[in-house]
Design a protein around this ligand. Structure first.
Ligand SMILES: Nc1ncnc2c1ncn2[C@@H]1O[C@H](COP(=O)(O)OP(=O)(O)OP(=O)(O)O)[C@@H](O)[C@H]1O
Length: 234
């Protein structure tokens, strides 16, 4: 098991956002966390990353406890994270955005390099010298995902990678997820069920900071009652 999240409770001040979230990922899986606005999807990813450290519960990554560690150490342990707002560094070119994130553990061969990414993903390669801030929303999302690969993650957390993107771009993001899932374990969040069913093998549904349902994509596809109860129609 690559990720084992056990009963985490996370607070913003006195307000409790996660009421005991439990989820597991086996290495190689692509899993989606679904749920409506405010259900706790982002907070779950941020809690795993140590950005909003859980007040109680445990997070094991590759068998080792990581809760309570600072976010940069969790990243260095091999967890890549793309936040909802992407945070492309303005004033830096596409290449620079990748370069500043490039980190290679001593003695380890890098699966992803800046040049390799620019070659493989033409859309980024063609714009290597362009200011990252001038890219479209979808291009920025591609860059944000590519940048997260620079720490050579074995687990990738993507927070609503489709948010605000046009359907044709959503398709490209889906293709990118499919491509990366060949070599990397992925946990992503989404509000609507369609994309999740297409690109993840199974899903957890969150409501009010709790996992209320867990199913394979296959099961969820035909379970209209669960979709209606917990998910947006989009
Ligand atoms: N910075 C914050 N300060 C206080 N409360 C917050 C903060 N961020 C989120 N919350 C609250 O925590 C709960 C979970 O929010 P979270 O953003 O994790 O949900 P979400 O499922 O990711 O929703 P969305 O799709 O809107 O991002 C919500 O009640 C939200 O209002």
């Amino acid at each position: 098991m690559i990720l084992d999240v056990r009963n985490i409770q996370t607070f913003y001040g006195e307000s409790q956002a996660l009421q005991g979230v439990t989820l597991q990922l086996e290495a190689g899986e692509t899993v989606c966390i679904l749920g409506r606005n405010g259900a706790g999807k982002s907070t779950t990813l941020k809690s795993i990353m140590g950005l909003t450290p859980p007040r109680s519960g445990e997070v094991f990554y590759e068998g080792k406890p990581i809760q309570g560690r600072p976010a940069h150490r969790i990243a260095r342990a091999g967890i890549g994270y793309v936040p909802e707002d992407r945070r492309i560094f303005p004033g830096l070119t596409v290449r620079d955005n990748l370069d500043v994130a490039a980190y290679q553990r001593k003695g380890s061969a890098a699966r992803w390099t800046v040049d390799g990414i620019l070659k493989k993903y033409e859309m980024l390669g063609e714009r290597a010298d362009q200011d990252g801030a001038t890219l479209s929303g979808g291009q920025q999302q591609m860059l944000a995902v590519a940048r997260s690969l620079m720490i050579q993650p074995r687990l990738l957390l993507l927070d609503e990678p489709n948010e605000g993107l046009a359907p044709v771009i959503v398709q490209q993001i889906g293709e990118l997820i499919d491509d990366l899932s060949q070599t990397t374990t992925i946990l992503f969040t989404d509000q609507s069920v369609r994309f999740a069913l297409k690109h993840a093998q199974r899903a957890y549904i969150l409501e009010k900071g709790q996992v209320v349902h867990e199913a394979s994509s296959q099961e969820l596809k035909t379970d209209q009652a669960t979709q209606d109860r917990f998910l947006s129609v989009a």
